[in-house]
Ligand binder design. Structure first.
Ligand code: HEM
Length: 185
C-alpha cells in the first residue's frame, strides 16, 4: 500500500518515465504494487533513496512530500471513511491518533504500526510523541501532520522538539494551530 502510494505520487508529479528510472535505480522489478500485499520495508527505503537521487532532492524533502500526499490523496481517496472517523477537527484527530492504526490492523493484520502519544493537550496545542521500530521517518511524520492540517483547513505551526536522529529516545513534535474563523452567512 505504501509502495503503491510512492508509485502514484511519482507518476502524478513527474510522469511514468521518471518512475521507471527510479525503479531501475532502486533495483525493484515489480511491474505494479498490489496495495493489500506486504513487502519488505527495504523496498520502500530503496525507492525513497532512488527517488531522491533521480529527482535531485534531499531524501527528507521526498519523505515530507510523501507524507502530505499520503494524507491528502492516498488516504483521502482510498480510506475516506476511516479518515473521517478519526475526528471532526485537527485536535480531535490528533488525540485519536494513538488508536488509529488499531482499526487498520483489522484490514492488514501484518501491520507493524507506529506508536503515537499526546501530551500537553490544550485548545490549539498538542505535543505528539512518535515511537517506531523503523528509523529515519520523522520527515514523513512531518509531512503527514502538514497534510492533516491542510485536510482540516487550519494554519498549523509544527516543530520537532526532540529527534531520535540526534540521539533522543523518541521523536516529539509540537503542533499549534488556529481553527478557521466561521464565515458569515
Ligand atoms: C486511513 C489512513 C491511513 C492508513 C490506511 C494507514 C495505514 C498505514 C500502513 C499500511 C502503514 C505501513 C505499516 C507496515 O507496513 O507495517 C502505515 C505506517 C505509518 N503510518 Fe499510517 N495509515 C493512515 C493514516 C496515518 C496518519 C493520519 C498518520 C499520522 C499522522 C499515520 C502515520 C504512520 C506512520 C508514521 C507510519 C510509519 C510506520 C512506522 O513508523 O513504523 N498514518 N500506515
Amino acid at each position: 500500500m505504501v509502495n503503491k502510494a510512492v508509485q502514484d505520487l511519482i507518476i502524478a508529479s513527474h510522469g511514468e518515465e521518471v518512475w521507471q528510472q527510479i525503479k531501475l535505480r532502486a533495483e525493484v522489478d515489480d511491474e505494479i504494487f498490489i496495495s493489500t500485499q506486504a513487502y519488505p520495508d527495504e523496498v520502500t527505503y530503496r525507492l525513497m533513496g532512488a527517488a531522491s537521487e533521480v529527482l535531485g532532492l534531499p531524501a527528507q524533502r521526498v519523505l515530507h512530500e510523501f507524507g502530505r500526499w499520503w494524507v491528502l490523496k492516498t488516504a483521502h481517496h482510498g480510506y475516506g471513511l476511516l479518515l473521517r472517523a478519526g475526528g471532526r477537527n485537527l485536535g480531535e484527530f490528533l488525540q485519536n491518533l494513538p488508536n488509529f492504526h488499531t482499526r487498520i490492523m483489522m484490514i492488514f493484520p501484518a501491520l507493524q504500526p507506529p506508536d503515537f502519544q499526546c501530551t500537553d493537550v490544550a485548545p490549539g496545542h498538542v505535543r505528539l510523541h512518535y515511537r517506531s521500530h523503523r528509523q529515519g521517518l520523522s520527515a514523513f511524520v512531518m509531512g503527514l501532520l502538514h497534510g492533516l492540517a491542510e485536510m482540516f483547513a487550519v494554519t498549523a505551526h509544527i516543530t520537532q522538539e526532540h529527534s531520535r536522529d540526534s540521539g533522543a529516545d523518541h521523536d516529539v513534535f509540537r503542533i499549534t494551530w488556529k481553527e478557521p474563523q466561521p464565515t458569515e452567512s
